[in-house]
Design a protein around this ligand. Structure first.
Ligand code: ZN
Length: 302
């Protein structure tokens, strides 16, 4: 294997993806994009990269990309790919045969410490893209590969990690994979508008957790989220604004009596009693039980 060439082709692919993502309005790559490029005689067609789970071009020795297909928000399990005990994401073998050529191609990327690109389906027609990622472990008993985010993770004994190291990896996985995916799913479910005020500027919108992601029930699933603009997100987190389980907005009593400028008047006080907009799909709507827990907290502090 020509290791330099394998790495150079990957770097060229990452550069190409940088360009595609820079011109994407929602940070995703669309399934039907027709991009392709050639580098060192290697022709890379974007659509082939996410055409199946593990992709390896014939002329390269190791896999170039992995893909997790879209799963509807109503699905019981939020992710195709689990998170391991060590806090890092796992990627399932194709089938159960460890020697299937695709699994071998991914193992080869591990042995040669080559970076990959990870496509994560966030809509039936669009992928979130993460790169570089590395295959840093193989778990034949579970038919899973362990993914890492840094070349420095190669050689780490995953079975011997300390508790703080596991927490560190879990945080990294959340930041790099779960939160961006959660954001995409929320924006899609809420048609890229604030549930409270309908503001439709994606850059001013957040995917807010109802139950915080470090708490019990704080899963990064659409039913535990709301699309909120920056001001309503901050007001929701600070308990100036609540969303009751019947989807009505309530503003903190003291705040209702304050006199200030137009942001307070129009942005907050006038939202009192308003019904939030919820996703069309029933299975994507905010979970009333989670809203009730958050609402109790609001009542305690108001
Ligand atoms: Zn808003």
């Amino acid at each position: 294997m020509d290791a330099i060439r394998e790495l150079a082709v990957r770097e060229a692919m990452f550069n190409h993806l940088d360009g595609l993502l820079a011109s994407s309005s929602d940070d995703t790559i669309h399934r039907d994009n027709t991009a392709e490029f050639s580098f060192l005689g290697e022709r890379i067609v974007m659509r082939q990269l996410y055409g199946r789970g593990i992709h390896k071009p014939q002329t390269l020795s190791a896999a170039l990309s992995i893909t997790t297909t879209f799963r509807a928000p109503g699905a019981k399990k939020p992710y195709d790919d689990s998170i391991g005990e060590e806090g890092l994401p796992r990627y399932k073998y194709e089938g159960t045969d460890p020697d299937l050529w695709t699994n071998q191609a991914l193992r080869r990327a591990m042995e040669t410490e080559l970076p990959l690109v990870y496509f994560i389906g966030v809509r039936p027609d669009a992928f979130l893209v993460r790169y570089p990622v590395f295959v840093i472990g193989d778990d034949p008993a579970r038919h899973e590969f362990v993914l890492g985010f840094s070349r420095a993770d190669f050689g780490i004994d995953l079975a011997k990690l300390s508790a703080p190291e596991k927490v560190y990896y879990a945080r990294l996985t959340k930041q790099r994979l779960h939160q961006p995916r959660f954001r995409q799913q929320i924006l899609i479910a809420y048609d890229s508008s604030c549930a409270v005020c309908r503001l439709r500027h994606e850059r001013l919108l957040d995917a807010a957790h109802i139950i915080g992601d470090s708490e019990l029930g704080g899963d990064p699933i659409v039913q535990n989220g709301l699309a909120l603009c920056k001001i309503h997100h901050a007001a929701f987190d600070a308990n100036f604004l609540a969303v009751r389980p019947d989807y009505r907005v309530e503003i903190n009593k003291r705040l209702m009596e304050e006199v200030d400028g137009p942001m307070l008047k129009h942005g907050l006080q006038e939202m009192h009693g308003v019904e939030i907009s919820v996703p069309r799909s029933r299975s994507s709507r905010p979970d009333p039980e989670r809203l009730a827990i958050k609402y109790q907290e609001f009542q305690r502090v108001s």
